[in-house]
Ligand binder design. Structure first.
Ligand SMILES: Nc1ncnc2c1ncn2[C@@H]1O[C@H](COP(=O)(O)OP(=O)(O)OP(=O)(O)O)[C@@H](O)[C@H]1O
Length: 292
């Protein structure tokens, strides 16, 4: 069952085309990561699907209706990229306030426990750290027992431990059948959480597939080796990183590269060939949109 859909959607801000004929759908139970560099159009897509903005062209649907109608948003939870919490209220009071808007909210203790916030219940939000505020803001998207949540960069500004606490909360919602769409710059986050990744660049969908398939799409391999002398000119190398004597070469044809290293009699040690990280795949995709 499709819970959210964009059909040939474009969004312009003056002369700027933020989204260019994008089609995208989210099915019940999915955990989808929207991945893209700054300004790619991720937030714009989220804002259209959650009824915050209107498309310039094309159609958007949320639970089969117009996202701008409050009735279509009843089963939706959203954490925008930036949120404000009333500084003088305690965390528990903010949760009570938001809960009061729903018929059957999640019990406060359960919500706080799920997101590792129990210890903060009596703290005024104005005195929380940036990371603690962010965790509260994300948890609030879940108060009304939504069927689907949109989380725009949920873990920006969080340290590793806080990020993991949030991931646990998101994972348990997903494990119970909840549907999640999240945007992220943290490739590690998409890999850790999402089964499906949609790469957005320049207002277009560059790839929409599993994390493994997106990596396979660019099929870049990382060949690592330790060399003491200079390297000869090698064909097909698209990137080089150096850590002391250790070199990491990115290439679309690892077999050929290794053959060339042997042919040129390069004295290498500890040769390793492995698939790229999603980050490397993502950089290659956004650098060469035509190849996608
Ligand atoms: N209200 C607006 N007025 C004018 N231009 C806008 C507005 N909102 C977004 N844009 C432009 O549209 C493009 C897409 O922006 P969007 O915020 O959707 O990208 P994003 O992928 O979410 O980026 P980030 O990762 O930096 O949040 C950008 O070029 C941005 O400057």
């Amino acid at each position: 069952m499709i819970l959210a859909r964009a059909l040939d959607v474009s969004r312009r801000y003056g002369d700027k085309i933020a989204l260019d004929r994008v089609s995208f759908e989210v099915r019940a139970g999915e955990l989808v990561g929207l991945l893209g560099p700054n300004g790619a159009g991720k937030s714009t897509l989220v804002n259209l699907l959650t009824g915050i903005r209107r498309p310039s062209d094309g159609r958007v649907e949320l639970f089969g209706g117009d996202p701008r109608r409050p009735g279509s948003r009843r089963q939706l939870g959203v954490t925008p990229q930036e949120t404000g919490l009333p500084a003088s209220l305690r965390v528990g009071e903010v949760v009570d306030f938001v809960s009061a808007h729903y018929d059957n909210p999640l019990p406060k203790t359960e919500l706080l426990d799920r997101f590792g916030l129990t210890g903060l219940v009596r703290r005024q939000t104005g005195g929380l750290s940036g990371g603690e505020k962010r965790r509260v803001a994300v948890a609030l998207a879940f108060v009304g027992r939504p069927r689907m949540v949109f989380l725009d960069e949920p873990t920006t500004g969080l340290d590793v431990q806080a990020r993991r606490l949030l991931w646990d909360g998101i994972r348990s919602f997903s494990a119970e059948g909840g549907t999640v769409v999240l945007t992220s710059h943290y490739l590690e986050e998409i890999e850790a959480l999402a089964r499906r990744v949609v790469v957005i660049g320049g207002g277009r969908v560059l790839a929409d597939d599993t994390v493994d398939a997106v990596r396979g799409l660019v099929a870049v391999r990382r060949v690592s080796l330790t060399v003491r002398g200079p390297l000869p000119e090698l064909t097909g190398v698209t990137g080089v990183e150096r850590e002391g004597d250790r070199l990491h070469l990115l290439t679309g044809d690892a077999d050929r590269l290794v053959r060339d290293l042997v042919t040129y009699d390069v004295g290498f040690e500890d040769l390793e060939v492995r698939p790229t990280s999603l980050e490397e795949a993502f950089l290659a995709l956004t650098r060469e949109p035509a190849a996608a």
